[in-house]
Design a protein around this ligand. Structure first.
Ligand code: VAH
Length: 323
């Protein structure tokens, strides 16, 4: 029997870059037994599986999803399972199936099972060449040129529909590139930022797949997790946008990131050899106006580029020494 008032949470994509850290923080706050981690992949013994309940779950299989929600008495879903921008361009049909049909399954299951809250992350990838790309507004033209961006705009509209039509409390943010020292990123266009840190700590040079001058909005993982949990705990009556809040913490070029790393690792060398992901990056905002998130639920990032760089290098260095 779950203590009255304790959330029963399901995390999809719980083995991914964000899912791994979000599951860990939710379990710290709610108790391990109250957070069910799920993934399409199985997890080797001794890792996240050992830390609490884990189920193998493909979000495109609605019956399995509904059975998991009912059997575990889930009242809150953090839906992170998705195919990211770079991988999605290699298989647009599957990206649509996972990102859109998967979200549709989560929303319909939440409606049918009386789930109280759903968190689903959109992305700055929901903007495109037709959007203002400097200080991109919360509400503006959204005609993304990637299937990932198309799936994110569609998802935002689907979440709005379920909130308006059924009153489902679904919330989310448009994440920028996420930088973290834990689970590796999963095939996005911003993965170069994490890979640069990993190369520097390993004493290796790095070849960036975007140009030195490429500027993108980024967020450090502790702020990424804080945003999700702060938004989910916010007073619904104060929210105008519900899902798809613009969110950012910093913007910098690939060359500025390399320089910030070299301030700690003077021998680190980075060169630049743009590939197909350059066109994706060029279609995205360079900076974001996240005033709505700051106004409606008090968003305030803790990490800027110098603070993130110090913490990332310290964590990766410590992990390397113990591996
Ligand atoms: C990606 N990391 O690169 C994700 C993110 C804004 C980028 O959505 O696809």
């Amino acid at each position: 029997m779950v203590a009255a008032g304790v959330r029963r949470v399901l995390v999809t994509g719980a083995l991914g870059q964000i899912g791994t850290e979000l599951t860990r923080e939710l379990r710290r706050r709610l108790g391990e037994r109250n957070v069910v981690a799920s993934s399409r992949r199985t997890v080797p013994a001794g890792s996240e599986r050992e830390a609490g309940p884990f189920v193998v779950l493909d979000v495109t299989e609605r019956e399995v999803l509904e059975q998991t929600v009912r059997e575990n008495r889930i009242d809150t879903i953090y839906h992170l399972a998705a195919i990211l921008s770079a991988v999605a361009e290699g298989d647009p049909e599957r990206a649509w199936h996972v990102n859109v049909d998967g979200l549709g399954n989560v929303l319909e299951t939440a409606r049918r099972c009386g789930v109280e809250q759903v968190f689903w992350p959109s992305s700055i990838a929901a903007f495109g060449p037709g959007s203002p790309l400097e200080h991109t507004p919360q509400d503006t033209v959204m005609r993304p040129s990637t299937i990932y961006g198309v799936s994110k705009v569609t998802g935002e509209l689907l979440c709005d529909y379920y909130h308006r039509r059924y009153g489902l409390d679904v919330r989310g943010v448009r994440y920028p590139g996420v930088i973290s020292s834990g689970a590796p990123p999963g095939g996005g266009t911003t993965d170069y930022a994490v890979e640069m840190f990993q190369a520097a700590v390993a004493g290796r040079p790095y070849t960036s797949f975007v140009s030195a001058a490429t500027v993108l909005p980024m967020i450090y993982m502790p702020d990424c997790i804080k945003a999700a949990l702060d938004l989910m705990e916010a007073d619904l009556a104060q929210l105008t946008h519900h899902n798809a809040f613009n969110l950012a913490a910093m913007s910098f070029s690939a060359a500025e990131l390399a320089a910030a790393i070299r301030a700690h690792a003077p021998d680190f060398h980075c060169d630049y050899d743009p590939d197909y992901r350059q066109a994706i990056a060029d279609s995205w905002p360079r900076s974001i106006d996240d005033a709505a998130a700051r106004r409606e639920w008090g968003w305030s990032p803790a990490y800027d580029l110098p603070a993130m760089t110090r913490d990332m290098l310290a964590r990766l260095g410590a992990a390397r020494r113990t591996s």
